[in-house]
Design a protein around this ligand. Structure first.
Ligand code: MFK
Length: 546
């Protein structure tokens, strides 16, 4: 019998994830920690089952049928199995409800669930993120009628009453530059607002509701004149005729997710608040979905590394298992250190969000959250692509073969750098945050996170790099073009410093609990470098593009 390679096995995504277990043990009071265990265990079981199922079945994509045999417009979308299971799993394990519970730990407990569920969900987490964001934005609007109508649906623990919500923002002209939105809101004779226009990326078109940006008829141009509307998509069990699905997108990845192009032809809509400043009103939603993006990105990294490490123990080359080959071990350890930094940052944003929402955060932490949210999103998004790419390379040619399930990890990871704003858009958003005193808040927080850690080299590298970032910002604050051109380097630098300081806090706790591995991750993460600052070189850029 010719040689057959053992395929990689996925170890239990919850019980074998030491980063998640240690974080929850450190950050949660014992009672809450214990109460969370059953849901996380079950979501880990589901994730393991879903991986095996995906390995043993032919992949499917959603199918849109626009017309029935008799010429009636139906716009019916057939979903994959994981998507059909989505409402049941989500509500049974209170994925969204947990995040809105009355506790400063609510968001951490929610995002622990999201982290475990994400890959098994086949990006059902995308509309879940938007539903979570919509619930947050509607709550922030103070619109009582709407809060009472939709929050029990969006946060339901019962699949039969659960509603998904979309976020209809992106248009052909207004992608990142949402101020170019062309969708118009017009009042009919009865005073009902109705939306007319085309939305270009609607990933929750199978949902029951959405928040949509539109320009009230007669309002001026630009971002400030946009208003935020709430819409419902269904009339009983039929989609409203004023919502037309033009086609499903043929995407690089996230292919189980039915992202649609749609037309709104007079869809009834209700303003959330004032008939202007819609972007300001949708910002709480954006910040929540960006938090989901960061957590989902680290979930992809965790999966890629878990499979690559398992395979390295099974696969022999040049006389020994790959894991014993020094260069391969080095590669895996670098991935692990970068992952642990990203994990620390993404989950700190989640925990902080809960504390800020519940009013238990320290005074500087609201500014800190405003900065860390785009930093976590942009850095983890890019890192996920790098880690997934490296991981599939760890399998050699097998990593390039579709039905190993490995290429999908990389294709899907590419979405994190695009979904909810590209790396550059998020870098510019971090400049918005830095216009306040968020850098001071990061310095204060870092001092706190480093307190009690005995890795003097790491502490000094973090402080020196934060000083360098502050000097860079001072030097370039007045020159907008230079500031923007270096915004990505600044954002990566701050993200890495924040992640390192958070890793230091986790390392102190873990060392005291006889686990030296996070301290090792910190040493390696710092050695891989914190400083990504870019010297201004406008002339050189112009020459290269000429
Ligand atoms: C999962 C799989 C997905 C499947 C495939 C999907 C592929 C991708 C599909 C997509 O299209 S994802 C892209 C979604 N689009 C975005 O994420 C928008 C990207 N653009 C931005 O983020 C811009 O920064 C933004 C539109 C939010 C604002 O740009 P502007 O037009 O220059 O607005 P401006 O005047 O700076 O900000 C308006 C207000 O919002 C200001 O407040 P004031 O009115 O009080 O002055 C800002 O401070 C506030 N604001 C903006 N961003 C904020 C914020 N407030 C809090 N947090 C933020 N993040």
């Amino acid at each position: 019998m010719a040689f057959l390679q053992n395929p990689p096995q996925l170890s239990h995504p919850y019980r074998s994830d030491r980063s998640l277990l240690a974080l929850l043990d450190r950050a949660l009071p014992a009672e809450r920690r214990a109460a969370l265990d059953a849901d996380l265990d079950a979501l880990g079981d589901y994730a393991q089952m879903a991986w095996l199922r995906a390995c043993n079945t032919t992949r499917r994509k959603p199918v849109l049928t626009q017309w029935d045999a008799w010429g009636r417009r139906v716009d019916r979308i057939e979903l994959t199995t994981a998507w059909q299971e989505g409402p049941g799993i989500t509500t049974r394990h209170a994925v969204l409800a947990a995040g809105h519970a009355d506790s400063e730990h609510a968001r951490l407990e929610e995002f622990a669930r999201v982290y475990l569920y994400h890959l098994a969900s086949e990006f059902y987490t995308c509309p879940l993120a938007m539903t979570d964001g919509a619930a947050t934005a509607i709550r922030a609007s103070g619109n009582r009628e709407l809060i009472e109508r939709v929050l029990p649906r969006f946060l339901s623990r019962d699949a039969s009453t659960f509603w998904l919500s979309g976020q209809w923002m992106t248009e052909n002209a207004g992608g990142s530059d949402v101020g170019h939105t062309e969708t118009v809101a017009r009042q009919d004779a009865g005073g009902q607002w109705r939306l007319y226009g085309r939305k270009w990326f609607s990933s929750a078109v199978v949902g029951e509701a959405a928040l949509a940006l539109a320009r009230p008829e007669g309002a001026g141009s630009g971002t400030a004149a946009l208003a935020l509307f709430y819409v419902e998509t269904m009339d009983g069990d039929r989609r409203k005729p004023e919502l037309v699905i033009d086609r499903l997108k043929d995407k690089l990845g996230t292919q189980e997710l039915p992202t649609a192009e749609i037309h709104l032809d007079g869809l009834p809509a209700w303003p959330l608040g004032e008939l202007a400043h819609g972007v300001r009103q949708v910002a709480p939603m954006l910040n929540v979905t960006r938090t989901w993006n960061g957590i989902c990105a680290v979930a992809s990294m965790a999966r890629a590394i878990s499979l690559a490490r398992d395979f390295a123990a099974r696969r022999r080359a040049f006389g020994r298992p790959l894991i014993e080959q020094p260069l391969h071990a080095q590669t895996l350890a670098d991935m692990q250190a970068e992952f642990e930094g990203a994990f620390a940052l993404a989950f700190e944003v989640a925990h902080l969000l809960g504390r800020v929402e519940r009013g238990t955060a320290a005074p500087h932490e609201a500014a800190l959250l405003r900065l860390l949210t785009p930093l976590a999103k942009l850095w983890t998004g890019k890192l996920a692509v790098q880690v997934c790419s490296e991981a599939i390379e760890c399998f050699g040619g097998a990593g390039y073969i579709e039905d190993t399930g490995l290429p999908q990890l990389l294709r899907d990871a590419q979405v994190y750098a695009i979904w909810e704003g590209t790396t550059n858009v998020l870098s510019l958003d971090s400049l918005r945050a830095l216009a306040g005193d968020s850098l001071g808040a990061l310095r204060t927080a870092s001092t706190h996170w480093l307190d009690g850690n005995d890795d003097m080299h790491a502490a000094s590298a973090i402080r020196q790099t934060l000083d360098a970032a502050a000097r860079w910002l001072d030097q370039h604050a007045a020159g907008r073009e230079t500031l923007e051109s270096g915004a990505r380097g600044l954002a990566f630098t701050l993200a890495r410093c924040a992640a390192a300081a958070m890793l230091a806090r986790q390392a102190s706790w873990s060392s005291a609990h006889a686990d030296p591995r996070p301290a090792a991750a910190l040493r390696r993460f710092v050695r891989l470098g914190l400083d990504r600052l870019v010297a201004p070189d406008g002339d050189n850029t112009a020459l290269l593009l000429g």
